[in-house]
Design a protein around this ligand. Structure first.
Ligand code: TYD
Ligand code: MG
Length: 454
């Protein structure tokens, strides 16, 4: 019987069943090699007749106490972790280069150290002197964070084993290399192997590790995506370069809610926490502006109000423009189609621009109605009633669906001085008395009521 060989590319990880000089997956030359070690793995060869030992089994009734957590007292950071750092957990912090990951983690490391947790910061990108200079600028020099500039993972693991800190920060996973892996640092095999070593080390020794990962332009291949499944928590640090606001978002968390966000502002002296993000994402609303609508959203466990801005103008092009920042372009196309098909309001021949203020990214379907309101308001050049928030999902039939956590949204609106809300029908008694809630069941009703036309 012919031996089943398998080959894979050390740059992008694509598997092949025969060797070739160039990888079809990423176009690199001389990166394909035979997978040794896999040849005796499952799928290639049966386990044979040798028996293993039995593993111990427990039932679900065994009582577990929730893990103790260490707070950094950076409340936005703790919130995203689900209430603090869990011992022996592995956390990935991903983000574009230059977005502020090193700054955030140095500040967090200093906070943990001030709280009495032994913390080691391993920098593979900057020298210790550079990190110290940054710490000076951020006024963190009083914190007892231990620094090292090292990329050899074998040495790092030995150091961590000897020092036994509570928390180790590895900045970044792409610079780490293992001498047992035969490819360059940053390649998929190195990143994967390094992350595997670090996460298993964390579990074995009870040390929490934070891995910093750059999202690469070329489709994240050698980026943090390959390690997402190995870690307990995945956080993404996002924001627009031109804006000073940064959002730390939990996309996976084994110890807390996913989708939680922490909001920071990049200042001259590091990242400042933003305790009230709604105030930040709302523009100046002293004069009512056509095209501007306030959406009452929910991010994780917290309501956040933000402003949507639309501009609709006659298009000089045969293919009108559809430009979206901070929202899904496909979803915009859907809403334009529903407005045209169900309400008879065409956008053909018109350029449409939609922007979420402050560099925020919205993923909730409940923003549909706010988007439709912004588009109509811009098209009709008529501003919405002032001090009103809008939320609700639009279905393809034009029917409106109520959004979850209506009460929380209304409470936040009330807190920020709003007096009215437009939402989908379907909410019973709500304990938010100061807000005049206007409920509608479909988009035609909404258009008639707010813009006085069908
Ligand atoms: P950095 O943390 O190095 O980004 P990353 O580790 O994600 O690559 O942040 C770099 C940017 O942050 C840099 O362009 C300058 C800016 N910055 C400030 O605006 N204020 C500060 O206090 C610091 C330390 C950085
Ligand atoms: Mg960095």
């Amino acid at each position: 019987m012919a031996k089943n060989r398998s080959y894979s590319c050390s740059s992008c990880g694509t598997s092949f069943n025969k060797w070739s000089g160039r990888c079809d997956g990423c176009g690199e030359w001389n990166t394909i090699s035979e997978d040794v070690g896999l040849s005796s793995g499952p799928g290639n060869k049966s386990l044979g007749s040798k028996r293993g030992t039995t593993t111990s089994l427990t039932d679900l009734r065994t009582k577990e106490t929730p893990p103790p957590r260490t707070q950094s007292n950076m409340s936005e950071f703790d919130r995203v972790l689900g209430g603090g750092l869990v011992p022996a957990s592995a956390i990935l912090v991903g983000g574009d280069p230059g977005i502020g990951k090193s700054t955030l983690l140095l500040q967090a490391a200093a906070q943990f150290a001030r709280g009495g947790l032994k913390t080691i910061y391993v920098s593979g990108e900057e020298s210790s002197a550079q990190v110290r200079m940054r710490a000076q600028r951020l006024e963190l020099t009083d914190a007892s964070v231990q620094l090292t500039a090292e990329t050899n993972l074998r040495d790092i693991l030995t150091t961590l084993e000897v020092e036994a800190p509570g928390l180790a920060i590895i900045d970044s996973i792409q610079t780490m290399w293992l001498d047992t892996v035969d490819s360059a640092p940053g390649s998929i095999s190195q990143v994967r192997a390094a992350a595997h070593e670090l996460t298993t080390f964390a579990k074995r020794k009870g040390i929490s590790v934070v891995l910093v990962g750059h999202v690469t332009k070329e489709g994240q291949i050698a980026g943090p995506r390959v390690v997402e499944h190995m870690v307990d928590t995945v956080l993404y640090f996002e924001g627009e370069r031109g804006h000073q606001f940064r959002i730390l978002r939990a996309v996976k968390n084994r110890f807390g809610p996913a989708d939680e966000i922490g909001v920071f502002e990049m200042t001259g002296s590091g990242l400042a926490e933003v305790a009230n993000p709604s105030a930040l994402f709302l523009g100046d609303r002293s004069t009512p502006t056509p095209g501007s609508v306030v959406f009452a959203g929910i991010e994780g466990t917290r309501p956040v109000l933000c402003e949507l801005q639309a501009l609709v103008a006659p298009s000089p092009h045969s293919q009108p423009r559809r430009t979206v920042v901070g929202w899904d372009g496909g979803r915009l196309a859907m809403i334009l189609a529903v407005l045209e098909a169900r309400c008879g309001i065409p956008f053909a021949g018109l350029d449409v621009y939609l922007n979420v203020a402050g560099g925020m990214k919205i993923t909730e379907p409940a923003a549909d109605l706010a988007v439709a309101a912004a588009l109509l308001s811009a098209r009709e050049d008529s501003a919405l009633p002032p001090d009103t928030v809008v939320f609700g999902e639009i279905s393809l039939s034009g029917a409106l669906r109520s959004a979850p956590q209506t009460e929380n949204r209304l409470k936040e609106a009330q807190k920020l001085g709003f007096t009215g809300a437009i939402a989908a029908k379907g909410n019973k008694e709500l304990g938010v008395s100061k807000i005049k809630l206007c409920q509608m069941s479909n988009l035609i009703e909404f258009v008639g009521e707010i813009f006085g036309a069908g």
